[in-house]
Design a protein around this ligand. Structure first.
Ligand code: GLA
Length: 388
């Protein structure tokens, strides 16, 4: 890890900017989600993987009364703020470290002033949780330097609070939890209600291939909120028949079919996606456990269809990437990953088939959309940690 290009880059930049070496280098990963999309805010199940791509932070305590953060990917833009009292959010990347300070203060913890240099290779807006990675990097740095005693799952919750209430994005808990608690070589089954986690090793010889459509939709966050509201509407209706249900997590497909007919058709389909997706996550985890990668792959394809037709968060570019992926022998399954409306697809591909896979989906995509997707293999990585 100390060999990593971004490790060297943030260390050197910190040295040059602050004239002494950093105290810590923190790495917090982005993620891809193997299955379980739009289930976390319905108290359901998700199965993400922390990835190679990560936010890297060189950081050290300072005597100054202010904190200085330099973001190398933002043209070395610098944010300077006090950790005693954070001003309201004004948008842009400094909202992430400031939101984390805000969440510490809310919890009655005073983070120390620091100097920091940030660089990340998690693509922004691609549905790979670049913002959760930045939040976790800062939260972990402050926890370490401030000697706070906060377990990683609580740190994830603190970062989610920063994102929900300071940054103003109404996300669920998946992204922060996997960036905090990911495990190399493993996918993490998370119960978003109890926050219980179980780890499943990925089979040998199978690669996770990410294809970034390079489509970025500004609609994403408003549409995300619309989907959340539709799920709440479905629960409010279904509770009349299933009084113990507090979230779509508690609704079986049978109960949805029996009691959901009074719902507007579109709300019914949203609920059907969530209910069937929860079931797919559990079946996928079982398939991984049994080493049945073919069954897991089929569930990904089913999941993609459900996101496309019932939840309507796909895009023609993502559908094309999934279709092209499934044409390649050795590809077990493919689907969009993350919130949707653009961003990335992932596929599970036999290692020896990866070069052909890459060539085929690039060719098909370029012919249809006149741009090349960014296609790469990623590996299940560890969650946030000090690298030294
Ligand atoms: C975004 C959110 C997550 C989750 C996914 C959809 O990544 O941050 O909490 O809801 O969308 O599965």
């Amino acid at each position: 890890m100390v060999e990593h290009e971004l490790y060297r880059k943030v260390t050197q930049a910190y040295n040059a900017r602050f004239q002494h070496p950093p105290q810590l280098i923190v790495r917090a990963p982005g993620r891809v989600n193997l299955i379980g999309e739009h289930t976390d805010y319905n108290d359901g199940f998700v199965l993400p993987v922390a990835v190679d791509q990560a936010a890297w932070l060189a950081v050290g305590l300072t005597e100054e009364p202010w904190t200085t953060v330099r973001a190398m990917d933002m043209g070395n833009d610098e944010a300077v703020f006090s950790v005693n009292q954070v001003p309201a959010s004004v948008g842009g990347w400094p909202d992430y470290p400031k939101g984390v300070v805000w969440a510490f203060l809310e919890r009655g913890l005073q983070p120390p002033s620091v100097n920091a240099v940030l660089a990340s290779d998690v693509p922004v807006g691609a549905g790979m949780s670049s913002s959760a990675a930045i939040e976790l990097a800062f939260a972990f740095a402050w926890t370490t330097l401030g000697h706070f005693d906060i377990p990683l799952p609580d740190l994830a919750l603190l970062c989610q609070r920063a994102e929900n209430q300071y940054v103003g994005v109404n996300c669920g808990i998946m992204d922060q939890m996997i960036s905090a608690c990911g495990k190399a070589g493993h996918a993490m089954l998370l119960d978003s209600r109890s926050l219980e986690r179980r780890y499943f090793p990925l089979p040998e010889g199978v690669a996770i291939v990410v294809a970034d459509s390079l489509v970025r939709r500004s609609l994403a966050s408003s549409e995300y909120n619309v989907r959340r509201a539709q799920c709440e509407q479905a629960v409010a209706h279904l509770q009349k028949y299933v009084p113990e249900a507090t979230a779509l997590r508690d609704i079986s497909l049978r109960n949805l079919e029996r009691f959901g007919r009074g719902l507007p058709e579109v709300v019914y389909r949203r609920a059907r996606h969530v209910v069937t997706e929860n079931d797919r996550v559990l079946r996928f985890a079982r398939a991984l456990y049994n080493g049945d990668i073919e069954a897991a792959g089929m569930l990904m394809v089913e999941g993609h269809r459900s996101l496309r037709d019932d939840y309507e968060v796909s895009a023609p570019e993502l559908d094309a990437l999934v279709e092209a992926a499934m044409e390649v022998p050795g590809c077990y399954g493919a689907r969009l990953t993350g919130a949707g409306f653009g961003g990335c697809t992932i596929a599970l591909v036999a290692e020896e088939a990866v070069p052909e896979f890459q060539a085929h989906i690039t060719e098909v995509y370029a012919a249809r959309f006149e741009k090349r997707p960014a296609v790469y293999v990623t590996h299940p990585a560890d969650g946030v940690a000090v690298i030294q």
